[in-house]
Design a protein around this ligand. Structure first.
Ligand SMILES: *Cc1c(COP(=O)(O)O)cnc(C)c1O
Length: 382
């Protein structure tokens, strides 16, 4: 067993060997620029890119033309939010989002606020869920965009996105959804769910880092964007830059593999997650953060009363690689805005652990992690 045990699969995942194999020829033999339409090097690369687009489109039930490749979910979120704000500002300058969104949504919104847009941050309940009535009531005549994530990267909570999409659609407001933690793990059907824009990333589903995409609806309604990168006018002019063929091929293979096995894998992950939770909940003063059932299968987030956060993390480090605090941010040491939003005290927010169980974790690993924590926590409390 390799120590420390990696349980930080919401931060990133290792690439699946099968994904790597699919990518390799596109670094070497098939190196052409997909935009080179004058020779077979370009045609080969372009065919691979379009095949990848088709694969991903089928899984989320949209058309291939509706997918724009980006460098990841951060860029996709920026393109969606800033691109819509710029393109629709003549209609209104109000954006509605949620307090527990990823910083890649919150920070573009804060940037727009600095330009004079109005931004409303919806609160969540104690389990992390958005109140649908409050959301509906918060849509104003000048609202142009609502942005709600599908699955939360810290507490794993899955928002009722279909209901939210129908509310937004009936009010004529575009809905953007950050699905970085959800793609190919939980069903997304863009034919039946009127989401206008949807962001995703490869490296959360055992694909390569540095690639993701944005779904942009073309019908009912046809969504317009202001490009945020200008250049060679790739990707319908919305995202210039030479397409990274190996990364795109890798993302499609990662999404395909994950989706193909998602039902069985979700059951397995949930069993491991519950195994860990049952063991830990034998201890006193352990609190589950987030919704008990409406959450990602591999996610467990807990707060531990009566221990010092720093001592806890130091004691864990040799055995366990997990995140805490503002888990997905480059600045550590801050308490998590997500845990604050579900009304955890500062102390409980600091003594928290986010477990992201993934494809390569085993029962033995989870057993060992549980045993270690059950020994460490009473020690720290003494
Ligand atoms: C990881 C993550 C992002 C950022 O994705 P990148 O591809 O790393 O830019 C955005 N939103 C959520 C919910 C995430 O989990």
């Amino acid at each position: 067993m390799r120590l420390p045990i990696y349980l930080d699969n919401h931060a990133t995942t290792p690439i699946d060997p099968q994904v790597l194999q699919a990518m390799l020829p596109y670094f070497t033999e098939h190196f052409g620029n997909p935009s080179s339409q004058g020779h077979c090097y370009g045609w080969e690369a372009s065919a691979a890119v379009e095949q990848a687009r088709e694969t991903i489109a089928q899984i989320i039930n949209c058309t291939p033309e509706e997918i724009v490749f980006t460098s990841g979910a951060t860029e996709a979120n920026n393109l969606a939010i800033k691109g819509v704000a710029e393109a629709y500002q003549h209609k209104g300058r109000h954006i509605l989002t949620v307090a527990t969104e990823h910083s890649a949504v919150l920070d573009p919104c804060a940037y727009l606020a600095s330009l004079g847009f109005a931004v409303t941050y919806l609160p969540v309940d104690g389990e992390g869920l958005v109140d649908l009535d409050l959301l509906a009531a918060s849509i104003r005549p000048d609202t142009i965009l609502v942005s709600v994530m599908l699955a939360n990267n810290e507490i794993g909570v899955i928002q009722p996105i279909a209901e939210i999409a129908h509310i937004c659609h009936s009010r004529g407001v575009l809905l953007h959804c950050d699905a970085a933690q959800a793609i190919a793990k939980i069903p997304i059907d863009l034919q039946t769910t009127p989401i206008a824009l949807l962001s995703f990333s490869a490296h959360k589903v055992y694909g390569p880092k540095g690639i993701g995409g944005l779904y942009v609806r073309r019908k009912h309604p046809r969504v317009n964007l202001a490009p945020q990168l200008h250049g060679g006018a790739q990707e319908r002019g919305w995202r210039s830059g030479t397409l990274p063929t190996p990364l795109i091929v890798g993302m499609a293979e990662a999404v395909r593999l994950s989706w193909q096995n998602h039902a069985v894998e979700n059951q397995r992950l949930q069993k491991l997650r519950d195994q860990l939770w049952h063991k830990l909940s034998n201890l006193e003063g352990i609190y589950l953060n987030g919704h008990p059932t409406q959450r990602l299968a591999g996610n467990l987030n807990i707060s531990i009363a009566g221990v010092d956060g720093n001592a806890l993390h130091a004691g864990l480090r040799p055995v366990l690689a997990v995140s805490w605090g503002a888990a997905c941010s480059a600045h550590s040491g801050k308490t998590s805005h997500v845990l604050r939003a579900i009304a955890r005290s500062d102390e409980l927010a600091k003594a928290s652990l986010r477990f992201g169980i993934g494809r390569f974790n085993t029962t033995e690993e989870i057993e060992l992690v549980g045993d270690h924590l059950c020994q460490l926590i009473p020690e720290l409390r003494q």
